[in-house]
Design a protein around this ligand. Sequence first.
Ligand SMILES: [Fe+2]
Length: 247
Amino acid sequence: MAFIQRRGLMLGAVGLGFTGLMRPAFAQAPAAAPTAAPTGPFTLPPLGYAFDKNEAAIDARTMELHHRFHHQAYVTGLNAAVAGQDALARMPLDELVTNYAQAPEALRTRLRNFGGGHANHSMFWEIMGGAGGEPSGPLKAAIDRDLGGFGELKNRFNAAAMGVFGSGWSFVTVTREGRLAITTKPNQDSPLMDGQRALMGNDVWEHAYYLRYQNRRVEYVGKWWDVLDWARISARFDAAMAGTLKV
Ligand SMILES: [Fe+2]
C-alpha cells in the first residue's frame, strides 16, 4: 500500500507539474528555426562497457551502430523537437515521455517517437553488458509471484517479442500497483506512456540484430538473455519499488 501511495503521489505530481509548466509554452509563438542542430538538453548516455561486451549475443559492429547512430538520432530528434520550448526542454525525460500527449499537438509525434526512443535505448544499454544467469533476491521473488518463475518469464517474454509485428519492443514492466507484467510496444512507444516503468526490455527492431541474425529474430531473442546484467536489473527493480526509477 505504501508503494501505491507513493507512486500515485509521484505520478500525480508529475502530471500536475507538466500541465503547469506547459501552459506558458502553449501561449508562446512558435520559436524561430534554430540555425544549427541543438546539442542539448538531452544527450547520448555513455554505453558503460566496450562495444564487444555483448558479443555472446550482439556483435560489436551492431552495438556501435546502434548506440552511436540509432540512439543518437533519437536524442538529436528530441533536442530539435524541444528547441525553443523552454518548459519542455527543462523536463526530465521520464516526465516528458509519460506526459507527451499533453504537449502541443504539432510536437506530440516527435516527442513520442524520439522521447520514447531515447528512454527505451537508455534502459536497453543499462541492462546488458552482463553474463546472463538468473535473477535473485527480491526480484526473483517478484518474478515467482507475478510471472510464474524465471522459466515462464523467458517463455512468455520471448513469445511476446516474437509477436511484435514490424518494429517494436518487448518489456517487463512494473505496474502502478508494484506488480511485474509483460507487454509489448510498437515503434518507440514506452511503458511510461501507460504510467508504468520499464524494468527491462528487448529491442526487436531489425537494426538491433540484422547484421548477425538477418531475419532470424528468434535466434537473437533467445541469445539476448546471455548478456543481461541481473545486478543492474535488480537495482532497477529496487528503484521502481521505491518510486525512484526514471527510464
Ligand atoms: Fe534500437
